[in-house]
Design a protein around this ligand. Structure first.
Ligand code: C5P
Length: 232
């Protein structure tokens, strides 16, 4: 895997045309694009296909969370887009994650990586307690990541701060996909606890989700190149 392959650009906009222009500029300079609920809900599968068309791998971050049969159906439907990775909420439980992993195998060789979302970083210990989860957010992240692995998922999305702990606890083959990345030369925006691309990879990240340092840069292609060079 080259440094470029590790970079997934978060296209966090409802503006399909702007996203497409950006995707075209970044083809070959990043590993792929991350599409979330905003773009997908406004542009649908056709829009998602268009965005990946410049030869970019797709990280379909729709965070499925429902009963096992419904999530399996959603994963099966998602396979038509040939995503490279997709997400489900680990809090959906063992049977739901097993159903997601099984549905993904229908894609055969093109099976996407199925990743678990553990605890949303918008939830700290206090908010988690309000939802009935005792203990710390870190405990819950580890508990859900272990369950995700046992249930047959390929990895989890985690914050840079959690990467080292999860790498140690879950072994070298479990994929860690990490947002909250800021090169030293980029603004931190609303991200509070960030790591540079190099630090995150050293902490165990397999893939980096990077949004504004690339998308809001004056020259996004140059920003992507600089990040890959820093990783190399
Ligand atoms: O622009 P920025 O680099 O902050 O974008 C990071 C992307 O990763 C956004 O799509 C954001 O929603 C997502 N993300 C995150 N932190 C998490 C989970 C996802 O920043 N814990």
């Amino acid at each position: 895997m080259t440094p470029t392959d590790k970079i997934f650009v978060a296209l966090d906009t409802a503006e399909a045309e702007a996203a497409l222009a950006l995707a075209r500029r970044l083809a070959g300079l990043v590993g792929g694009i991350k599409l979330g609920k905003q773009l997908f809900t406004s542009e649908g599968p056709a829009g998602a296909r268009k965005l990946a068309a410049p030869g970019l791998k797709m990280f379909l971050d729709l965070k499925f969370h429902d009963i096992p049969a419904t999530v399996a159906g959603a994963v099966t439907a998602a396979l038509k887009l040939k995503p490279f990775m997709l997400t489900v909420h680990a809090a959906g439980g063992r049977a739901m994650m097993q159903a997601a992993a099984k549905a993904a195998t229908e894609a055969g060789k093109q099976r996407p990586l199925v990743l678990g979302v553990t605890v949303l970083t918008s939830l700290a210990d206090r908010e988690l307690a309000e939802t009935g989860v005792a203990g710390t957010a870190a405990d819950q992240v580890l508990r859900l990541a272990r369950l995700a692995k046992e249930s047959g998922l390929d990895g989890v999305v985690c914050s840079p701060r959690e990467a080292k702990m999860l790498r140690q606890a879950l072994g070298k083959d479990f994929k860690l996909v990490v947002p909250g990345i800021r090169p030293q030369w980029a603004a931190s925006d609303d991200q509070k606890r960030v790591m540079t691309p190099k630090e995150a990879v050293a902490a165990g990240a397999d893939y980096l989700v990077i949004g504004r340092p690339i998308t809001a840069a004056e020259d996004p292609a140059d920003a992507a190149r600089r990040i890959a060079a820093e990783l190399g």
